[in-house]
Design a protein around this ligand. Sequence first.
Ligand code: ATP
Ligand code: MG
Length: 265
Amino acid sequence: MGTSITIAAGKGGTGKTTISANLGIALAQRGKSVTILDADIAMANLELILGMEGKSRTLQDVLAGECEIEEAIYEGPGGVKVVPAGISLSKLKRVNPERLAGVMESLVDRTDILIIDAPAGLGKEAYIALSMAENLILVVNPEISSLSDALKTKKVAEMCGTNVLGAILNRATGNEFDLTAHHVGAVLETQILTVVPEDSEVKKASAIGVPLVISSPTSKAAIAINRLAAELLGEEYIPPTTPEKKKSILQRLLGGLKLKTRSAP
Ligand SMILES: Nc1ncnc2c1ncn2[C@@H]1O[C@H](COP(=O)(O)OP(=O)(O)OP(=O)(O)O)[C@@H](O)[C@H]1O
Ligand SMILES: [Mg+2]
């Protein structure tokens, strides 16, 4: 039996799905068996970020009692397993969210780490994702509304006995109106696990449907996520080496001259 981590925020659009997908892959790339469950049944988009849209069986079918969970688990990029939520509006009507708890239990039995991409708010699916997981990571943007929603989410998780691992400060720009990691950590009374900067590579990655840690592993956001994956596993983080920039004609010429001088008798 493995462990489970719900990625939640309270507020919509803070980066829960981006973090779920990329942290899941980063953990899998470090040798763990990882399953990512999209628990955002109403507004699913994990499958889009992972480039896995259009699967025949999804969480919607499982929650509607129309298939078994085994049929809705797919091989995703970077070695993760993925349970897409599905995007059919007609199936949505037949879904029974109460079945989500059982799905989480059965998935955690077959994987080292189950990552649950929670919906925004505190509706039924979000509540089940928060209360049934062993651990919680909050995804907060550096603004007051995001912070206050994260605080509510944390309180609900604590009331349910879920262990709060900490918060990720996502989309930090460093401008003067941003809340700092220090502020966020102090208000939430939890540790800031990592600061992920605002990074245009994130949007590029979702536009091409290839997750950031694969499409742009040397981007600042990917480095922050990879570092967190290493820390969660208690491993040392070694940053990737950026490819050497092409030398200018002048540098090549000077290099050549140096070589000749050295080899001269
Ligand atoms: N670090 C970042 N830098 C730049 N853009 C980002 C970053 N993180 C997330 N985004 C962008 O923010 C938007 C929302 O991200 P995402 O879908 O992951 O949020 P969410 O919390 O899952 O949203 P929802 O509540 O709708 O499920 C996306 O367009 C994503 O590309
Ligand atoms: Mg999302």
